[in-house]
Design a protein around this ligand. Structure first.
Ligand code: NIG
Ligand code: FE
Length: 411
């Protein structure tokens, strides 16, 4: 089955060579072809170029994209879309003056979601999560990372990871699973955090690794949650079982978590709303991708990750949603790209690079996703007629997507 897209006003993020990420000044460059065609064979991109080179080309399906843009689907490298119920009451409590921290301290927050999840059957959890996944695909997401972390018991964590596995089997988009083993200290371990970390290391990690339910290991490294020593222990245990670190760090406090992550060859460090000069120097020494989550900053009214500082230091940057019931009940990468431009002062080129190729890198899949490259998966967005790619983040809050193709199929 071949699909030919013709008369594309501009084909965005065309990368001839198979680069895995873009950093620093290179992020300002977004390679495109104007008045282009794109050829797909089954689930793979097999050709593209200027319309002049498209003479007499035939295909099973032809789509005329006159006046429209074509770009790779978004690569959302940080989500928690497997969760039970919602937390809109906490949203109202915050409007009325409580802080995110106040809510967590009185047993709300992650513990609230964990209680709901423990009481939800695996099938019900699957249905709720599948609905969110359908919704984000329509919004142009073609690859997604999903974390556990609302289980807080061995059984409930395994339940979450089995749901992620079913989503992976039943949906066309690329799904990568992360064991967020230490997301919060469960009530039963309130005065025995060590005991919980021991449980994670001795029971949870080996079980998850044995059943191959996750590829990555995550920790919420933050004051009141897990400290540097806990983080180091968990990352090392995960690595011993073949899990690659990818952590929550520097959301509210900067106290050295990035160094622990980089020293353990983390694939990504995510949040970074608080960042020191030393953190930037440490990031320069490794291959770890910094990931910003601007819709979390928006929703919680906390600082935005200083993306400009990272890029100007020559570093790469990825953008992701953080879709979860507490800090970001939204999986809209279009909003993330807009917000990165508006609030973090990324240029449209930088934001699109961050949400495609660099997002793919933060999931370890940029060899197959994140750009229009021969041999990569045919995961593309066709926009409605729009004047230019800068118009996408500029006209924020509007839906500019007409068609989403994942694995060569319209979704
Ligand atoms: O990435 N920061 C930690 N975890 C999630 C939110 C957790 C919650 O409030 O449910 C995050 O923001
Ligand atoms: Fe998160």
């Amino acid at each position: 089955m071949t699909t030919l897209i013709t008369n594309i006003q501009e084909l965005i993020q065309v990368r001839e060579s198979n680069i895995l990420k873009v950093s620093g000044q290179d992020m300002k460059r977004l390679p495109t072809i104007k008045n282009a065609y794109l050829l797909i064979d089954d689930d793979t991109i097999v050709g593209y170029g200027p319309m002049d080179d498209c003479n007499n080309m035939e295909a099973d399906t032809v789509i005329n994209a006159s006046g429209k843009l074509v770009l790779p689907t978004w690569c959302d490298s940080h989500t928690h879309i497997v969760y039970a119920g919602n937390r809109e009451q906490e949203f109202v409590d915050r409007i009325n003056g409580l802080s995110y921290e106040d809510i967590a301290n009185r047993g709300g927050g992650i513990l609230n979601s964990a209680e709901k999840l423990q009481l939800t059957s695996e099938d019900d959890l699957y249905i709720q999560s599948a609905n969110r996944l359908k919704q984000v695909m329509k919004l142009g997401t073609g690859a997604i990372e999903i974390k556990s972390g609302y289980g807080l018991t061995v059984e409930a964590e395994l339940k979450m990871l089995r749901v992620i596995k079913r989503l992976k089997q039943n949906f066309p988009l690329k799904v990568k699973a992360t064991l967020l083993a230490a997301h919060a200290v469960p009530k039963e371990y309130k005065d025995n955090k060590e005991g919980f970390v021991d449980l994670v290391i001795n029971e949870l990690i080996p079980k998850v690794a044995k059943e191959q339910l996750a590829k990555y290991i995550d920790v919420f490294c933050e004051k009141g949650y897990f400290d540097l020593n806990d983080t180091e222990r968990i990352l090392k245990a995960g690595k011993l079982h073949g899990l690659v670190p990818k952590i929550h760090v520097n959301q509210f406090n900067a106290f050295g978590g990035i160094e622990v992550a980089v020293n353990n060859q983390a694939l990504s460090v995510d949040h970074l709303e608080e960042l020191t000069l030393n953190d930037i120097e440490v990031l320069k020494t490794g291959e770890t991708m910094p990931v910003a989550l601007p819709s979390c900053s928006y929703f919680l009214s906390i600082p935005y990750t200083p993306g400009r500082k990272l890029i100007e230091a020559g570093l790469p940057l990825a953008l992701a949603t953080d879709y979860n019931p507490g800090s970001t009940p939204s999986g809209n990468m279009n909003f993330v790209v807009s917000t990165a431009c508006i609030k973090m002062k990324l240029t449209p080129e930088e934001a699109i690079n961050a949400a495609t190729i660099n997002g793919a890198y933060a999931m370890g899949i940029s060899n197959m996703y994140g750009s229009i490259t021969r041999g990569k998966k045919a995961n593309i967005i066709i926009t409605k007629p729009v004047p230019s790619y800068a118009y996408l983040p500029y006209a924020f809050g509007n839906n500019h997507i007409e068609t989403v193709i994942i694995n060569g199929q319209i979704v």
